[in-house]
Design a protein around this ligand. Sequence first.
Ligand SMILES: Nc1ncnc2c1ncn2[C@@H]1O[C@H](COP(=O)(O)OP(=O)(O)O)[C@@H](O)[C@H]1O
Ligand SMILES: [Mg+2]
Length: 279
Amino acid sequence: MDAARAHDPRVIVEAHAEGREVECSVIGNSEPETSLPGEISTRGAEWYDYEAKYSEGGMELAVPAPIGDEAVARVREPEWQTDPSGVRRRLEELGLPLFVKPARLGSSVGIAKVSEAAQLGAALEGAFAHDPLVIVEAFSAGTEVECAVMGLYEAEASVPGEVVLLKGAEWYDYEAKYSDGGVELRVPAGIPDAAAQQVRRLAVETFLRVGCAGLARVDFFVEDGRVLVNELNTLPGMTPTSAFPKLWEATGVPWPEACDRLVGLALERHRAERSGHAF
Ligand SMILES: Nc1ncnc2c1ncn2[C@@H]1O[C@H](COP(=O)(O)OP(=O)(O)O)[C@@H](O)[C@H]1O
Ligand SMILES: [Mg+2]
């Protein structure tokens, strides 16, 4: 870290390990004073403006096709207010159950599972309370799998880990994510080898297509014979319980080495940007 700092203090930001507060502020709140740039500046480090945009861009870009075009709809609040029956008709095509999500949030905040049509209105209202753009997805009964990625022009994916809910939660909701003993990451995931390979390939492809730099975590549903990208996290959690470090450890990359790689990637990107390359 000190060596990197000697070159550019901004490297600290990208490789910072004290992720819990940062992660919560980013994915749970978009107010400027509590967002990641605000958080970082209170720690006295400089912040790349474009990185904030970049990260939001990653979230937005993850929106259009989380589990395949035919199974996803986007609903904007004005449309719901002016033509609720039209929206209901459009969403009927997705079948039930449905997942209703604010488009640009995280931590499962504002998300609802809709098992009966009568629950749809409340679920949409709940999501619109956080974001005027909402995504509605068909339900996937697949195994939830997470895959860590590092890279820049090329990228490498970790072995996939499986989200195992421990307290009988029906899905990976806020309570399961943040209460003690709510979840366990099983590494490697209990999925067939072919599916694991596909997860790794798709994780790299997603990372490169969206134009990520440095690090990301790509989350999947692995169904029988189908691997679906659910979500791209452009700033994955970095707490002692977070998946990103664990997944690299399980891939044979000890955490200090992973940090070195991230610092190296940050420096490489910084050099490239100084010479005019835009990521
Ligand atoms: N289409 C879906 N089918 C089944 N479960 C889903 C679906 N979408 C989301 N979930 C459940 O909701 C959780 C949170 O959704 P996700 O899209 O990952 O949002 P967040 O950004 O809040 O983590 C997932 O981890 C999963 O348990
Ligand atoms: Mg998620």
